[in-house]
Design a protein around this ligand. Structure first.
Ligand code: G16
Ligand code: MG
Length: 220
């Protein structure tokens, strides 16, 4: 029978996380704040607004509303310049085949991303058509770890939440999937994503016939 397969974008389908890191670090530097890789983990999957709030809190800094908005725009401009270099070759290993296999099996597929830039990124990668529905930062009001992005995606697919599988690279995203009662598959390090039902370093590390296994898997 069918399940709903929901994919995060940044860090799962494409490594735009490195672009976000570069753009946020440049921005932080411009206001005299420095942050490290470990802190960056806390920005993954987190909306643009909340990311800047976190960075300001780390630096004990405040900005006027006007400055805040101009810094966000500046970050996005730098980020989009990096995104513009993306091609099909930037799809993370194993993901394209995984998506094609799901389609062949007639399984419903959704994108569930916090990003407001998700649609143009999928287009650059040439894989927009593989998704039955796309839910991103332009469609939801509550950011991960709130489950809204994933429950909206499931509802649009017409699949019950407990029959959905979410692929996530971020702590906030894994928490969002769990809060939705969905099976959470972490992509990254076990130590970081220990709240996920299973963790793999990449799609290429998943066992043979993993989709069939997932179709039988029940939420813990
Ligand atoms: C992504 C990233 C976050 C980023 C957020 C908003 O989400 O992981 O680091 O801050 O989207 O992105 P934008 O600035 O493009 O709207 P996801 O959920 O795809 O991992
Ligand atoms: Mg992500």
């Amino acid at each position: 029978h069918k399940k709903g397969f929901i994919f995060d974008l940044d860090g799962v389908i494409v490594d735009t996380a490195k672009f976000h890191f570069v753009a946020w670090q440049r921005l932080a530097k411009s206001i005299g704040i420095d942050f490290n890789h470990e802190q960056n983990e806390q920005l993954k999957g987190v909306s643009r607004v909340n990311s800047l709030k976190k960075i300001l809190a780390w630096g004990n800094a405040t900005l006027s509303e006007e400055e805040f908005n101009s810094k966000m725009a500046q970050k996005n401009e730098e980020y989009l310049a990096l995104v513009d270099t993306l091609t099909t070759d930037d799809i993370l290993p194993g993901v394209h085949d995984f998506l094609l296999e799901l389609r062949e099996m007639g399984q419903p597929i959704a994108l569930g991303s916090a990003s407001k830039n998700a649609r143009p990124i999928l287009k650059k990668l040439g894989i927009s058509d593989l998704f039955d529905t796309i839910v991103d930062g332009t469609n939801v009001t509550k950011a991960k770890p709130d489950p809204e992005v994933f429950t909206t995606a499931a509802d649009q697919l017409g699949v019950a939440h407990k029959y959905c599988v979410v692929f996530e690279d971020s702590i906030a995203g894994v928490q969002a999937a769990n809060a939705a009662g969905m099976i959470s598959i972490g992509l990254g390090e076990q130590d970081v994503l220990h709240e996920a039902d299973s963790v793999y370093s990449s799609f290429t590390e998943m066992p043979e016939n993993y989709i069939t296994e997932l179709l039988m898997k029940k939420k813990k």
